[in-house]
Write a protein that binds this ligand. Structure first.
Ligand code: TXA
Ligand code: MG
Length: 351
């Protein structure tokens, strides 16, 4: 279905109330609104309205078995959505909300089946972005919101990415500039014996260990083998994928640079257009190809921020192959490597 998409610029620090009122009204009426959060742009609908949520799946081309996250604007809003709130989750909400942590709870009967894809758990998070917070509050309902991209494509960190994927399919896009973290929230399952990170993100393993020292990571997050089946439905799909083929390199920095230069030369000899995802420390060491630095290795948060945009930029250049440097598997590096692994379809070369 073709709809007219209104694009409204909103000040991310001090959002214009009248525009957010208009967006909230659209949400209450069962329409879709894309909005910035501190992680990536979300595609929002009334999370208690089955028909509205169904439109999300249609607009994104999202598989029906992939559940959605409900976004709330206060901790009090969680209670009616869940069966119970454990002491652990209370501590985590106090420490990390609002922010990029999504927590799984046993769901209550209030939640439509389409949100949870029939599972008995529901994923909930409270974003810290002023626009997201205010939009949810004004809507008066939990907002179901996946990342506002076409399924399979890199998540949107700028309104222009949302426009690229969803223009003409949704009622409104709120342009609040670039998102902060750049990668999606951490998804944490607290419903089993041991807390498990299903998707690494803005809140890291090390952050969580301060509150829940026994937290573990789902093996599929960065495992070498594609045979390890992820516990979270969303993690099993090829994701964040560029149009180009992609290979990720991991290992010592000089080895990565040498291997990427060699691989680039091979492809160029074959007449292929090569894109290289480098870092500030290495970008001058590449000999050929379209070279983009994702940021500094000394501040991996900048790499996280620029990761998806870099993939989209190289796609825009029409490259045939993207060669990307990897990062160490600690702190935000785990989330970066998880996204690179998914984007490349698991093509990681150790050097
Ligand atoms: O940062 C974020 O989380 C962004 C912004 C918009 O809030 N949202 C986001 O949503 O990334 P989405 O739909 O792209 O990813 C949600 C992930 C998927 O991998 C999904 O499978 C998982 O969370 N998920 C949701 N509900 C779940 C559940 N009940 N059990 C297991 N995994 C669940
Ligand atoms: Mg997504």
């Amino acid at each position: 279905m073709k709809v007219e998409t209104k694009i409204s610029k909103v000040n991310p620090l001090n959002p214009e109330r009248d525009i957010l009122m208009e967006a909230a009204k659209l949400i209450r009426e069962g329409h879709l609104v894309a909005f910035p959060t501190e992680t990536v742009y979300g595609l929002g609908a009334n999370g208690l309205d089955e028909a509205a949520a169904a439109k999300i799946f249609e607009a994104k081309g999202r598989p029906q078995d992939n559940p959605l996250i409900l976004h709330v604007s206060s901790i009090e809003e969680v209670e009616p959505l869940v069966e119970s709130i454990s002491h652990e989750s209370e501590k985590l909400m106090d420490r990390f909300w609002p922010g990029p942590l999504t927590i799984l709870f046993k769901r209550s009967s209030l939640i439509p089946d389409i949100i949870t894809a029939g599972l008995d758990t529901v994923a909930i998070r409270m974003p810290s972005h002023p626009i997201a917070k205010e939009l949810i509050r004004l809507s008066g309902v939990p907002i179901a919101a996946p990342s506002a991209n076409t399924s399979g494509r890199p998540s949107p960190t700028l309104a222009s990415h949302v426009i690229e994927d969803l223009y003409g399919k949704i009622h409104m896009i709120i342009d609040g500039g670039s998102t902060g973290v750049g990668l999606e929230s951490t998804v944490l399952d607290l419903t089993g014996e041991v807390p498990i990170i299903l998707r690494p993100g803005g809140v890291t393993l090390e952050d969580l260990q301060e509150i829940i020292p026994n937290v573990e990571e789902d093996l599929s997050i960065i495992a070498d083998s594609e045979d390890i089946v992820p516990r979270s439905p969303g993690q099993k799909y090829r994701h964040y994928a560029p149009k180009a083929d992609m290979i990720v390199f991991s290992g010592q920095l000089p080895n990565m640079v040498r291997a990427i230069n060699a691989k680039a030369a091979e492809y160029i000899k074959d007449g292929k257009k090569v894109g290289i995802m480098a870092t500030d420390e290495t970008k001058d060491e590449y000999k050929a190809g379209i070279i983009i630095s994702m940021g500094s290795r000394k501040r991996k948060e900048t790499i996280a921020q620029n990761l998806f945009n870099t993939i989209r930029l190289l796609d825009g250049e029409g490259v045939d192959i993207i060669l990307s440097e990897g990062v160490e598997l600690s702190h935000i590096g785990t989330a970066i490597m998880n996204r690179l692994k998914k984007a490349s379809g698991g093509k990681i070369i150790k050097v």
